[in-house]
Design a protein around this ligand. Structure first.
Ligand code: G3I
Length: 325
């Protein structure tokens, strides 16, 4: 995949989320990763709970392993994520900090993490999932919002920019691919920030989709119509976490439908220069958050490589999307 995108669509990084355990223990995983992708997003290693487990202790080993691997293999790193209401350690959620202390610890966290990877992590999900799951208003249940209100977003973006002025700074959100109340809210948030001169450079659209008898995923056309207005604000955009969950419906026909769906989205991203990246949330069903987390029974089957890390029809479809048109 990466050779095709580098040749024909150099604006577009082809990426995937990666986990440290298989990266360090499964040679086939590492080989397929380096052959096909030129961008990685640490799936968990840079989240607050893992990288900053104690007030005065950072744990960089897992994130370092991913960044080192990326450098050795000439891949970009997209950092995930600095500010989120989840994946927080108890010392942040359970201690009784004053608002000023919360603000200070967030500033230290951002300066330390972004500073460590300055010049090595090209772009960051500074803000992850700031909105309510299915509403246009902000989530209010995080320590960041409770201490600072909406200002936490501007504050975090400015701190990240200060720590690495060359890094591209993103807000990453789900359920915003098509035009709906939530994507309207995201659009207004982005516009407000840009009007105030806040260093926001891009929006990540996650694209976690289900493809079942009961559920039709959103179309590339609907996504294109919606994403246009974000591009017109001068932002770059990326597909940040795509997977296409088939649940138990994994017949050959369904795998073909999954393939067509992947292809339609990658063609859209390849054709619009404002897309900086196309990333899936993992690449093999063997190490997929659909198995590990949402679907402990073993359903999922949402990624372009199967559980033996062999290419599925979706992989061929992604290659076809990257052939020059
Ligand atoms: O590694 C620890 C282990 O040490 C611990 O004993 C065990 C007990 O809880 O948990 C293990 O960590 C889990 C981690 O995944 C690694 O497997 C966390 O509990 C679990 O919460 C975590 O889930 C991750 C989830 O985000 C929450 O952070 C998923 O792997 C990850 O795929 C998922 O990714 C999110 C994006 O960050 C944001 N968008 C949605 C996306 C998919 O849900």
């Amino acid at each position: 995949l990466r050779r095709l995108s580098e040749r024909y669509y150099p604006h577009l990084h082809i990426g995937t989320a990666v986990s440290t355990i298989p990266l360090l223990s499964d040679a086939q995983y590492a080989r397929v990763l380096a052959q096909n992708y030129n961008m990685v997003t640490p799936e968990n290693a840079m989240k607050f709970q893992f990288i900053h487990p104690q007030p005065d202790r950072y744990a960089f080993a897992d994130a370092d392993a991913i960044v080192d691997f990326a450098e050795r293999n000439d891949m970009a790193v997209h950092g995930h994520t600095l500010v989120w209401g989840e994946a927080l350690p108890r010392w942040v959620t359970e201690a009784a900090f004053t608002d000023a202390q919360i603000q200070r610890l967030l500033a230290d966290h951002i300066a330390t993490v972004v500073g460590r990877y300055k010049g090595r992590v090209a772009s960051w999900d500074v803000i992850n999932e700031p909105l309510q799951p299915f509403a246009p208003t902000l989530r209010t249940d995080s320590p960041w919002y409770r201490a600072m209100g909406e200002d936490y977003i501007e504050f975090a973006l400015r701190e990240a920019h200060r720590a690495d002025p060359a890094a591209l700074l993103y807000i990453n959100e789900f359920a915003c691919e098509e035009r709906n109340a939530k994507s309207d809210g995201l659009y207004r948030l982005a516009r407000r920030l840009l009007e105030r001169g806040v260093p926001l450079h891009g929006i990540g659209f996650q694209l976690h989709e289900d493809l079942t008898d009961e559920h039709k995923p959103i179309s590339a056309e609907a996504f294109r119509e919606n994403v246009q207005r974000f591009i017109e604000l001068g932002l770059e955009v990326r597909i940040s976490e795509m997977d296409v969950n088939l649940h138990q419906h994994d017949s050959p026909e369904r795998l073909q439908a999954q393939a067509r769906y992947y292809r339609s989205m990658l063609e859209l991203a390849a054709d619009l220069p404002a897309f900086s990246g196309f990333s899936t949330w993992g690449f093999t069903d063997h190490y997929s958050s659909l198995q590990a987390w949402w679907e402990p029974e073993g359903f999922g089957n949402g990624l372009p490589f199967d559980a033996k890390i062999m290419p599925k029809p979706a992989y061929d479809a992604l290659r076809q999307a990257l052939v020059r048109r």
